[in-house]
Every structure is written in C-alpha cells, then in structure tokens.
Design a protein around this ligand. Structure first.
Ligand code: ATP
Ligand code: MG
Length: 229
C-alpha cells in the first residue's frame, strides 16, 4: 500500500481550477522534488494534503484511509508541513521549540534542541531571542526544526531554503537527508532550484497549470531535459 495516494484530485477556488486530474502515489521513504512554474499549484497541493484545503473532487489517502476521516491534528502530527511563508507563533524562539514536546505530551529534550540548532548552523543562544529579532533565513530554519521535533512520517517542505545563502542551503539539505537516512522520513519538497532537486530528490513531480506533466525518476527527468520546459 502506498503511504500517500492522490486519486483524481481536482481543486477549484473561486471557480478557477487550480489542480486537475491529479493522481499519484508516494511510497514510504521517497524523496520527491515538486517542481513547476510559479502559480502551477504546488503550495495548493501541500495545503490539500495537510487538510488546510478540501479537494473539490477526488480523494487523498494516507495509509489507505481517506485523509478526511482523520482528526486534522492527528494527521498533521504524521505529516509535517513547513510553510512557504515562515510562520512562528507567540513571542519567543523557546516557545516555538518547546511546542512540539507539548504536542507529543513529553518533557522538552534540550539536548535534542541543541543538536538540531547545531545541525542547522544556528547559534545556541538563539533560543533566548524573540521571534522578530531573527532574520528571514533564521526564522525559516527554526520553523524547520520545530517540524522535525514532532518526528513526522512525512515532511512537506515548501521552498524551505528560499531565504538562505548557498552555504546554509547545503547545510539544510544535509539535515533533510539525515532525517531520511536515520528516520526513513518520506519527503516532498517544493523548489525553484533545479540543482537542489538534482541533489536531493529521488523522484520528480512536475506540475504545469495544476496538472502533472511528469512524475518519475530524477534521472529520467534530467536526462530528457524536461527541466527546460
Ligand atoms: N485562496 C485562493 N483563492 C483563489 N485562488 C488561489 C487561492 N490560493 C491560490 N490561488 C491561485 O492558485 C494558483 C496556484 O497557487 P499556488 O500558491 O499553489 O502556486 P505555487 O505553485 O505554489 O506558486 P509559487 O511557486 O509562486 O509559490 C495561483 O494561480 C493562485 O493565484
Ligand atoms: Mg508556492
């Protein structure tokens, strides 16, 4: 059984078709790069998988069950989502990093937080800062760590390195691959950086005007030069 399956999805918002005839499967352990021009529906697809948007038609199945039958909070613990527009809540970084433990009804593990900050190339004293004292790239990395601390089975990453320089982009790619290797996390990531897709992905899903124009192995995608379409 695929871990995630979309069956004939159509999404219309204000009478405009955003996604159409979308069917694909994600297997456990996949790393899928979701590419496509601006406005092709990539973020809308993630919002639908995470129950922030209901499909107009079709079904999203997680572990063989319609996602609409899950409690949204339960599903979102299993399927983590790092938004394109970084969202930190409350006042302090500490609040954001402790929240995952509250969600999991566990005591905060400050050693784990320390390790993730180091792996994301962030200074340890960042935990004492207020959210508006951080740069965009720092906020984006805190949002990513917050998602990882929940230990989801699937990670949806929406342009998660968009605010980072090349050095930090590579550091975050390493952190993402490390999650895959150590915890077998299934990863779907959106990117406008085709080199990043070539580095990270096993499979490519290419959206054009809300429809799939390619879904398959990365090698085939790049060999056929489909990234230039
Ligand atoms: N709430 C909404 N109501 C109406 N149209 C919307 C809504 N949200 C998104 N859209 C439209 O849906 C289309 C797809 O948007 P989406 O954000 O999914 O694109 P994207 O592929 O993520 O683009 P980008 O690469 O710029 O982030 C766009 O044409 C957008 O204007
Ligand atoms: Mg988007």
């Amino acid at each position: 059984m695929p871990l995630l399956e979309l069956v004939n999805i159509r999404l219309a918002l204000q009478e405009k078709t955003i996604l159409d005839e979308l069917s694909f499967q994600v297997d456990s352990g996949d790393i899928i790069g979701l590419l496509g021009t601006s406005g092709s529906g990539k973020t809308s697809l993630f919002r639908m998988i995470n129950l922030l948007q209901s499909p107009t038609q079709g079904t999203v199945l997680y572990r063989g069950k319609d996602t609409l039958t899950y409690q949204p909070t339960t599903l979102r613990r299993e399927i983590g989502y790092v938004f394109q527009k970084t969202y930190l809540f409350g006042d302090t970084i500490k609040e954001n990093l402790i929240y995952p433990y509250q969600l999991l009804k566990q005591e905060p593990d400050f050693q784990e937080i320390t390790d993730y900050l180091a792996k994301a190339n962030l200074p340890q004293d960042i935990i004492t800062k207020k959210i508006n004292e951080l740069s965009g790239g720092e906020q984006q990395r805190i949002a990513l760590i917050r998602s990882l601390l929940v230990k989801p089975h699937i990670l949806l990453l929406d342009e998660v390195t968009a605010s980072l320089d090349e050095e930090n982009t590579l550091i975050i790619e390493k952190l993402i691959l490390d999650q895959h290797q150590t915890r077998n996390v299934t990863i779907l990531f959106i990117s406008h950086n085709t080199q990043q897709a070539e580095r990270l992905a096993q499979k490519i899903l290419y959206l054009a005007k809300g429809r799939i124009s390619f879904y398959g192995n990365k090698g085939e995608f790049f060999e056929r030069g489909l990234n230039n379409e």
